[in-house]
Design a protein around this ligand. Sequence first.
Ligand SMILES: [Zn+2]
Length: 130
Amino acid sequence: MKRLLVYLWTAPTTLVGLWLAPLALLTGGGVQRIDGVIEIHGGIVRRLLRRCTLLKGGASAMTLGHVVLGQDRTVLELTRAHERVHVRQAERWGPLFIPAYLLASLVALLRGKNAYFDNPFEREAYKRAP
Ligand SMILES: [Zn+2]
């Protein structure tokens, strides 16, 4: 019962990523479910991660609730521990996860720091899964 509530609380964030599953499948990518998390890789997801993130040169993976996007299956394996920290963060923050993450990046930028590496969500993820 508690897990169901956690999934519902996290659902608004999960849905932001979930609609990419059919698009990834249609564009040559893949979808897998591991430990209650849907991992989507390849196809259009690879292109999105390369072009539409805060990182120069793109991101290798990204967590949106119980969805993790990865450039390919190997990247998903290599980043799994790190991305699972973000899954736990998304479970804690629920629908506020994306706004809170972006706000934390903005605050870091305004302080003259790095929007990615000085974001507290990333600091926690790198600390727990270096
Ligand atoms: Zn991260």
